[in-house]
Design a protein around this ligand. Structure first.
Ligand SMILES: Cc1cc2nc3c(=O)[nH]c(=O)nc-3n(C[C@H](O)[C@H](O)[C@H](O)COP(=O)(O)OP(=O)(O)OC[C@H]3O[C@@H](n4cnc5c(N)ncnc54)[C@H](O)[C@@H]3O)c2cc1C
Length: 344
Protein backbone atom coordinates (compact mmCIF):
# COMPACT_ATOMS: atom_id res chain seq x y z
CA UNK A 1 0.00 0.00 0.00
CA UNK A 2 1.68 3.20 -1.13
CA UNK A 3 0.05 5.58 1.33
CA UNK A 4 1.09 7.73 4.27
CA UNK A 5 -2.18 7.00 6.05
CA UNK A 6 -2.10 5.13 9.36
CA UNK A 7 -3.85 1.83 8.85
CA UNK A 8 -4.93 -0.16 11.93
CA UNK A 9 -5.85 -3.83 11.75
CA UNK A 10 -8.54 -5.58 13.86
CA UNK A 11 -9.85 -2.32 15.35
CA UNK A 12 -12.65 -2.13 17.94
CA UNK A 13 -15.45 0.27 16.94
CA UNK A 14 -17.01 0.28 20.44
CA UNK A 15 -15.87 3.84 21.15
CA UNK A 16 -16.86 4.92 17.64
CA UNK A 17 -20.60 4.22 17.81
CA UNK A 18 -23.00 5.84 20.31
CA UNK A 19 -24.87 2.55 20.79
CA UNK A 20 -21.61 1.37 22.39
CA UNK A 21 -21.77 -1.88 20.42
CA UNK A 22 -18.76 -4.14 20.15
CA UNK A 23 -17.74 -4.67 16.54
CA UNK A 24 -14.27 -5.39 15.19
CA UNK A 25 -13.36 -3.71 11.92
CA UNK A 26 -10.91 -5.60 9.75
CA UNK A 27 -9.13 -2.30 9.00
CA UNK A 28 -9.51 1.28 10.35
CA UNK A 29 -8.04 4.39 8.73
CA UNK A 30 -8.22 8.01 9.89
CA UNK A 31 -8.07 10.98 7.49
CA UNK A 32 -7.01 14.36 8.92
CA UNK A 33 -6.99 16.39 5.70
CA UNK A 34 -8.58 16.55 2.27
CA UNK A 35 -5.28 15.22 0.89
CA UNK A 36 -5.50 12.20 3.23
CA UNK A 37 -8.95 11.43 1.83
CA UNK A 38 -7.60 11.78 -1.72
CA UNK A 39 -4.70 9.47 -0.89
CA UNK A 40 -7.19 6.97 0.47
CA UNK A 41 -9.51 6.95 -2.54
CA UNK A 42 -6.59 6.88 -4.99
CA UNK A 43 -5.26 3.74 -3.34
CA UNK A 44 -7.04 0.97 -5.29
CA UNK A 45 -6.88 -1.49 -2.42
CA UNK A 46 -8.19 0.87 0.28
CA UNK A 47 -10.85 2.44 -1.91
CA UNK A 48 -12.26 -0.87 -3.11
CA UNK A 49 -12.25 -2.34 0.40
CA UNK A 50 -14.15 0.61 1.97
CA UNK A 51 -17.07 -0.84 3.93
CA UNK A 52 -17.95 2.14 6.15
CA UNK A 53 -17.44 5.89 6.18
CA UNK A 54 -17.59 6.89 9.81
CA UNK A 55 -18.09 10.23 11.51
CA UNK A 56 -19.17 10.22 15.16
CA UNK A 57 -21.08 6.94 14.81
CA UNK A 58 -24.28 8.46 16.22
CA UNK A 59 -26.48 7.44 13.32
CA UNK A 60 -25.33 3.91 12.59
CA UNK A 61 -26.33 0.49 13.84
CA UNK A 62 -23.56 -2.06 13.51
CA UNK A 63 -25.70 -5.14 12.86
CA UNK A 64 -22.80 -7.59 13.05
CA UNK A 65 -19.95 -8.06 15.52
CA UNK A 66 -17.30 -8.20 12.79
CA UNK A 67 -17.04 -5.74 9.91
CA UNK A 68 -14.95 -6.90 6.94
CA UNK A 69 -13.10 -4.36 4.81
CA UNK A 70 -11.93 -0.86 5.70
CA UNK A 71 -13.54 1.81 7.88
CA UNK A 72 -12.56 5.38 6.97
CA UNK A 73 -12.99 7.84 9.83
CA UNK A 74 -12.98 11.46 8.63
CA UNK A 75 -11.29 13.68 11.25
CA UNK A 76 -10.68 16.87 9.24
CA UNK A 77 -10.75 19.86 11.61
CA UNK A 78 -10.85 23.49 10.54
CA UNK A 79 -13.09 26.55 10.86
CA UNK A 80 -12.76 29.35 8.35
CA UNK A 81 -14.64 32.63 7.93
CA UNK A 82 -15.06 33.11 4.16
CA UNK A 83 -16.67 36.55 4.15
CA UNK A 84 -18.87 38.75 6.28
CA UNK A 85 -21.08 41.81 6.04
CA UNK A 86 -22.99 43.70 8.70
CA UNK A 87 -25.88 41.25 8.20
CA UNK A 88 -24.36 37.82 7.70
CA UNK A 89 -21.24 35.69 7.83
CA UNK A 90 -20.22 32.79 5.58
CA UNK A 91 -18.07 30.03 7.08
CA UNK A 92 -16.45 26.77 5.93
CA UNK A 93 -16.14 23.97 8.48
CA UNK A 94 -14.10 20.76 8.30
CA UNK A 95 -16.10 17.53 8.22
CA UNK A 96 -14.46 16.20 11.38
CA UNK A 97 -15.48 19.09 13.67
CA UNK A 98 -17.92 17.93 16.39
CA UNK A 99 -21.34 19.37 15.55
CA UNK A 100 -22.28 20.72 18.98
CA UNK A 101 -18.87 22.38 19.54
CA UNK A 102 -19.37 24.12 16.22
CA UNK A 103 -22.87 25.31 17.23
CA UNK A 104 -21.45 26.71 20.50
CA UNK A 105 -18.75 28.52 18.50
CA UNK A 106 -21.39 30.22 16.33
CA UNK A 107 -23.22 31.34 19.49
CA UNK A 108 -20.03 32.67 21.09
CA UNK A 109 -19.67 34.82 17.98
CA UNK A 110 -23.25 36.05 18.37
CA UNK A 111 -24.38 34.47 15.10
CA UNK A 112 -27.88 33.14 14.54
CA UNK A 113 -29.14 30.07 12.66
CA UNK A 114 -27.81 26.94 14.35
CA UNK A 115 -29.31 27.44 17.84
CA UNK A 116 -32.25 25.02 17.39
CA UNK A 117 -29.78 22.32 16.31
CA UNK A 118 -27.88 22.43 19.62
CA UNK A 119 -26.69 19.23 21.28
CA UNK A 120 -27.14 16.95 18.26
CA UNK A 121 -24.31 14.40 18.40
CA UNK A 122 -22.05 13.66 15.46
CA UNK A 123 -19.76 15.58 13.15
CA UNK A 124 -20.28 18.55 10.84
CA UNK A 125 -19.45 16.54 7.71
CA UNK A 126 -22.19 14.05 8.38
CA UNK A 127 -24.93 16.57 9.12
CA UNK A 128 -25.80 17.07 5.41
CA UNK A 129 -26.12 13.31 4.81
CA UNK A 130 -29.49 13.10 6.54
CA UNK A 131 -30.15 16.86 6.67
CA UNK A 132 -30.25 16.89 10.46
CA UNK A 133 -33.18 18.67 11.99
CA UNK A 134 -34.66 19.58 15.34
CA UNK A 135 -37.14 22.04 16.83
CA UNK A 136 -38.37 23.38 13.48
CA UNK A 137 -34.95 23.93 11.86
CA UNK A 138 -33.01 21.75 9.44
CA UNK A 139 -29.44 21.91 8.20
CA UNK A 140 -31.01 22.94 4.89
CA UNK A 141 -31.87 26.32 6.47
CA UNK A 142 -28.23 27.29 7.13
CA UNK A 143 -26.09 25.21 4.75
CA UNK A 144 -25.00 26.89 1.52
CA UNK A 145 -22.92 24.07 0.02
CA UNK A 146 -20.83 20.97 0.54
CA UNK A 147 -17.34 19.92 -0.61
CA UNK A 148 -16.58 16.26 -1.18
CA UNK A 149 -13.91 14.00 -2.65
CA UNK A 150 -15.20 11.81 -5.44
CA UNK A 151 -14.21 8.20 -4.85
CA UNK A 152 -13.83 7.35 -8.52
CA UNK A 153 -11.57 10.24 -9.55
CA UNK A 154 -10.13 11.54 -6.27
CA UNK A 155 -11.06 15.09 -7.28
CA UNK A 156 -12.81 17.58 -5.03
CA UNK A 157 -16.39 18.39 -6.00
CA UNK A 158 -18.80 21.03 -4.73
CA UNK A 159 -22.60 20.94 -4.48
CA UNK A 160 -24.72 23.98 -3.74
CA UNK A 161 -27.55 23.61 -1.27
CA UNK A 162 -29.98 23.12 -4.17
CA UNK A 163 -27.84 20.34 -5.65
CA UNK A 164 -27.75 18.63 -2.24
CA UNK A 165 -31.54 18.05 -2.68
CA UNK A 166 -32.24 18.16 1.04
CA UNK A 167 -35.48 16.53 2.21
CA UNK A 168 -36.81 15.11 5.45
CA UNK A 169 -33.78 13.24 6.86
CA UNK A 170 -32.65 12.92 3.29
CA UNK A 171 -30.21 14.30 0.71
CA UNK A 172 -28.44 13.44 -2.53
CA UNK A 173 -25.74 11.83 -0.33
CA UNK A 174 -28.23 9.11 0.63
CA UNK A 175 -29.32 8.64 -2.99
CA UNK A 176 -27.38 9.36 -6.22
CA UNK A 177 -24.10 10.07 -4.39
CA UNK A 178 -24.42 7.30 -1.82
CA UNK A 179 -21.09 5.45 -1.54
CA UNK A 180 -19.65 7.66 -4.30
CA UNK A 181 -18.12 10.50 -2.31
CA UNK A 182 -16.55 11.49 1.00
CA UNK A 183 -17.76 14.79 2.48
CA UNK A 184 -14.80 16.92 3.57
CA UNK A 185 -16.25 20.36 4.46
CA UNK A 186 -19.56 22.17 4.75
CA UNK A 187 -20.36 25.86 4.06
CA UNK A 188 -22.88 27.80 6.14
CA UNK A 189 -24.39 31.29 6.28
CA UNK A 190 -25.35 32.75 9.66
CA UNK A 191 -27.09 35.98 10.55
CA UNK A 192 -25.26 38.68 12.53
CA UNK A 193 -28.41 40.71 13.22
CA UNK A 194 -32.15 40.47 12.44
CA UNK A 195 -32.01 36.80 13.39
CA UNK A 196 -34.83 34.54 12.16
CA UNK A 197 -35.65 33.01 15.53
CA UNK A 198 -37.90 29.94 15.73
CA UNK A 199 -39.51 29.28 19.08
CA UNK A 200 -42.85 27.80 18.05
CA UNK A 201 -41.75 24.17 17.87
CA UNK A 202 -42.01 21.75 20.80
CA UNK A 203 -41.77 23.37 24.20
CA UNK A 204 -39.05 25.93 23.34
CA UNK A 205 -41.32 28.89 24.03
CA UNK A 206 -42.52 27.42 27.36
CA UNK A 207 -38.93 26.79 28.37
CA UNK A 208 -37.98 30.41 27.61
CA UNK A 209 -40.98 31.73 29.53
CA UNK A 210 -40.21 29.49 32.51
CA UNK A 211 -36.62 30.79 32.50
CA UNK A 212 -37.87 34.38 32.15
CA UNK A 213 -35.80 34.89 29.00
CA UNK A 214 -36.39 36.73 25.74
CA UNK A 215 -35.63 34.79 22.54
CA UNK A 216 -32.08 35.13 21.19
CA UNK A 217 -29.77 32.57 19.53
CA UNK A 218 -28.11 31.91 22.89
CA UNK A 219 -31.30 31.65 25.01
CA UNK A 220 -32.96 29.40 22.41
CA UNK A 221 -29.88 27.17 22.39
CA UNK A 222 -29.99 26.99 26.21
CA UNK A 223 -33.69 26.10 26.06
CA UNK A 224 -33.14 23.41 23.44
CA UNK A 225 -30.26 21.94 25.46
CA UNK A 226 -32.40 21.85 28.62
CA UNK A 227 -35.32 20.19 26.80
CA UNK A 228 -33.08 17.62 25.10
CA UNK A 229 -31.30 16.75 28.34
CA UNK A 230 -34.65 16.15 30.05
CA UNK A 231 -36.03 13.98 27.23
CA UNK A 232 -33.26 12.08 25.49
CA UNK A 233 -30.82 9.59 27.00
CA UNK A 234 -27.18 10.68 26.99
CA UNK A 235 -25.25 8.15 24.83
CA UNK A 236 -22.31 8.48 27.26
CA UNK A 237 -24.55 6.92 29.93
CA UNK A 238 -26.97 4.77 27.92
CA UNK A 239 -26.06 3.58 24.42
CA UNK A 240 -28.46 4.80 21.73
CA UNK A 241 -28.52 6.53 18.37
CA UNK A 242 -31.34 9.02 18.92
CA UNK A 243 -34.52 8.47 16.91
CA UNK A 244 -34.20 4.98 15.54
CA UNK A 245 -37.11 5.23 13.06
CA UNK A 246 -38.25 7.93 10.66
CA UNK A 247 -41.70 9.44 11.12
CA UNK A 248 -43.78 7.76 8.38
CA UNK A 249 -45.75 9.66 5.75
CA UNK A 250 -49.23 8.17 5.52
CA UNK A 251 -52.44 8.72 3.55
CA UNK A 252 -55.50 10.52 4.94
CA UNK A 253 -57.31 7.15 5.05
CA UNK A 254 -54.52 5.63 7.15
CA UNK A 255 -54.62 8.65 9.44
CA UNK A 256 -58.42 8.32 9.85
CA UNK A 257 -57.81 4.73 10.95
CA UNK A 258 -55.34 5.96 13.61
CA UNK A 259 -57.86 8.57 14.77
CA UNK A 260 -60.50 5.83 15.10
CA UNK A 261 -58.14 4.19 17.61
CA UNK A 262 -57.29 7.42 19.41
CA UNK A 263 -58.85 10.78 18.55
CA UNK A 264 -55.62 12.47 19.70
CA UNK A 265 -53.35 10.55 17.32
CA UNK A 266 -50.65 13.05 16.26
CA UNK A 267 -50.37 13.84 12.56
CA UNK A 268 -49.01 16.79 10.59
CA UNK A 269 -50.45 17.65 7.19
CA UNK A 270 -47.72 17.97 4.54
CA UNK A 271 -47.78 20.26 1.49
CA UNK A 272 -48.34 17.27 -0.84
CA UNK A 273 -51.44 16.22 1.12
CA UNK A 274 -49.90 13.33 3.03
CA UNK A 275 -49.82 13.17 6.81
CA UNK A 276 -46.59 12.88 8.77
CA UNK A 277 -47.42 10.47 11.60
CA UNK A 278 -45.36 10.07 14.77
CA UNK A 279 -43.34 6.84 14.80
CA UNK A 280 -42.85 7.15 18.58
CA UNK A 281 -46.62 7.30 19.12
CA UNK A 282 -47.18 4.19 16.96
CA UNK A 283 -44.50 2.26 18.82
CA UNK A 284 -45.91 3.33 22.18
CA UNK A 285 -49.48 2.45 21.15
CA UNK A 286 -48.27 -0.96 20.01
CA UNK A 287 -47.05 -1.51 23.57
CA UNK A 288 -43.27 -1.38 23.11
CA UNK A 289 -42.37 1.64 25.26
CA UNK A 290 -40.04 0.51 28.06
CA UNK A 291 -39.78 -3.02 26.61
CA UNK A 292 -36.51 -4.80 27.36
CA UNK A 293 -35.09 -8.06 26.02
CA UNK A 294 -31.72 -8.83 27.55
CA UNK A 295 -29.77 -5.58 27.23
CA UNK A 296 -31.64 -4.38 24.13
CA UNK A 297 -34.61 -2.16 24.82
CA UNK A 298 -37.01 0.63 23.95
CA UNK A 299 -36.41 3.72 26.07
CA UNK A 300 -38.89 4.06 28.94
CA UNK A 301 -39.58 7.76 28.26
CA UNK A 302 -39.11 8.00 24.49
CA UNK A 303 -40.42 5.06 22.43
CA UNK A 304 -38.59 6.24 19.30
CA UNK A 305 -35.23 5.55 20.91
CA UNK A 306 -33.78 2.04 21.09
CA UNK A 307 -31.16 1.56 23.78
CA UNK A 308 -28.28 -0.69 24.75
CA UNK A 309 -28.39 -1.27 28.52
CA UNK A 310 -24.77 -2.46 28.43
CA UNK A 311 -23.98 -5.75 26.77
CA UNK A 312 -26.48 -5.87 23.88
CA UNK A 313 -25.08 -6.89 20.51
CA UNK A 314 -25.82 -5.25 17.17
CA UNK A 315 -27.79 -8.31 15.98
CA UNK A 316 -29.92 -8.14 19.16
CA UNK A 317 -30.78 -4.45 18.65
CA UNK A 318 -31.57 -5.11 14.99
CA UNK A 319 -33.78 -8.09 15.89
CA UNK A 320 -35.73 -5.88 18.32
CA UNK A 321 -36.11 -3.19 15.64
CA UNK A 322 -37.42 -5.74 13.15
CA UNK A 323 -39.94 -7.07 15.68
CA UNK A 324 -41.21 -3.52 16.26
CA UNK A 325 -41.50 -2.91 12.49
CA UNK A 326 -43.48 -6.15 12.02
CA UNK A 327 -45.79 -5.41 14.97
CA UNK A 328 -46.55 -1.83 13.88
CA UNK A 329 -47.22 -3.12 10.37
CA UNK A 330 -49.62 -5.73 11.70
CA UNK A 331 -51.45 -3.42 14.10
CA UNK A 332 -51.62 -0.21 12.05
CA UNK A 333 -50.73 -1.28 8.48
CA UNK A 334 -47.93 1.28 8.50
CA UNK A 335 -44.35 0.47 7.51
CA UNK A 336 -41.65 1.98 9.71
CA UNK A 337 -38.20 2.61 8.27
CA UNK A 338 -35.01 2.98 10.27
CA UNK A 339 -33.57 6.50 10.38
CA UNK A 340 -30.22 5.05 11.44
CA UNK A 341 -27.89 3.63 8.81
CA UNK A 342 -27.59 -0.16 9.01
CA UNK A 343 -24.03 -1.39 8.68
CA UNK A 344 -22.85 -4.98 8.47
C1 LIG B 1 -28.90 11.14 21.49
C2 LIG B 1 -29.01 11.41 20.00
C3 LIG B 1 -29.83 12.44 19.57
C4 LIG B 1 -29.95 12.72 18.20
N1 LIG B 1 -30.77 13.74 17.81
C5 LIG B 1 -30.91 14.03 16.50
C6 LIG B 1 -31.76 15.11 16.08
O1 LIG B 1 -32.36 15.80 16.88
N2 LIG B 1 -31.88 15.34 14.75
C7 LIG B 1 -31.21 14.60 13.82
O2 LIG B 1 -31.36 14.89 12.63
N3 LIG B 1 -30.40 13.59 14.18
C8 LIG B 1 -30.23 13.28 15.50
N4 LIG B 1 -29.41 12.24 15.87
C9 LIG B 1 -28.73 11.44 14.84
C10 LIG B 1 -27.27 11.87 14.57
O3 LIG B 1 -26.76 12.63 15.61
C11 LIG B 1 -27.13 12.65 13.28
O4 LIG B 1 -27.63 11.91 12.19
C12 LIG B 1 -25.67 13.04 12.97
O5 LIG B 1 -25.61 13.92 11.87
C13 LIG B 1 -24.81 11.82 12.67
O6 LIG B 1 -23.47 12.26 12.66
P1 LIG B 1 -22.27 11.24 12.83
O7 LIG B 1 -21.02 12.01 12.54
O8 LIG B 1 -22.33 10.58 14.16
O9 LIG B 1 -22.58 10.22 11.66
P2 LIG B 1 -22.26 8.67 11.53
O10 LIG B 1 -23.20 7.90 12.40
O11 LIG B 1 -20.81 8.42 11.74
O12 LIG B 1 -22.61 8.41 9.99
C14 LIG B 1 -23.94 8.58 9.52
C15 LIG B 1 -23.97 8.24 8.01
O13 LIG B 1 -23.17 9.15 7.28
C16 LIG B 1 -22.15 8.47 6.53
N5 LIG B 1 -20.94 9.29 6.61
C17 LIG B 1 -20.16 9.52 7.70
N6 LIG B 1 -19.16 10.36 7.40
C18 LIG B 1 -19.29 10.69 6.08
C19 LIG B 1 -18.57 11.50 5.18
N7 LIG B 1 -17.50 12.20 5.57
N8 LIG B 1 -19.00 11.58 3.90
C20 LIG B 1 -20.10 10.90 3.49
N9 LIG B 1 -20.83 10.10 4.29
C21 LIG B 1 -20.43 9.99 5.58
C22 LIG B 1 -21.99 7.16 7.26
O14 LIG B 1 -21.46 6.16 6.41
C23 LIG B 1 -23.39 6.85 7.70
O15 LIG B 1 -24.14 6.31 6.64
C24 LIG B 1 -29.25 11.95 17.24
C25 LIG B 1 -28.40 10.91 17.69
C26 LIG B 1 -28.29 10.64 19.06
C27 LIG B 1 -27.36 9.56 19.52
Amino acid sequence: MSTGLAVHGAFSLKAFNTFGLECTAERFVEAFSVEDVQTFVRDPFLNSSLSLLLGGGSNVLLTATHLPGTVLHVAIKHREVLQETLDYVDVRIGAGEPWHDFVLWTLENGWGGAENLSLIPGQVGTAPVQNIGAYGVELNDICTGVHFVERESGTVGYYTREQCAFGYRDSVFKKELKDKCVLVSVDFRFTKRNHLLKTHYGTVEDQLTAAGQLPSPKTISDAVIAIRQSKLPDPAKLGNSGSFFKNPYISKEQFSFLQSIDANAPGYLQPAGEIKAAAGWLIEKAGWKGFRRGDAGVHALQALVLVNYGQATGPEIWELAQDIIADVQEKFKIGLEPEVNLVG
